[in-house]
Design a protein around this ligand. Structure first.
Ligand SMILES: [Cu+2]
Length: 74
């Protein structure tokens, strides 16, 4: 996993997403958080997986999700 060893990952649960547009809105906002490299959102479970260069403050991710109009519940 060489290239991934110096990356950080975190997973959140987002409430309120109902379709692909919601997924895109959340993904776009979270991708804008400094240091974030990759974002993967699963609509069915509400799972938001974030990959970053170094650990990102959870509050920054929560703020980005709220900016998109949704809520982090876990
Ligand atoms: Cu939607």
């Amino acid at each position: 996993m060489g290239i991934l060893t110096d990356m950080a990952t975190a997973t959140f649960t987002v409430k309120g997403m109902t379709c692909g547009h919601c997924v895109a809105a959340v993904s776009d906002e979270v991708r804008r958080v400094p240091g974030v490299r990759g974002v993967d959102v699963d609509l069915a479970s509400g799972s938001l997986h974030v990959e970053s260069d170094e650990p990102v403050a959870p509050a920054a991710i929560v703020a980005a999700v709220e900016e998109a109009g949704y809520e982090v519940v876990a």
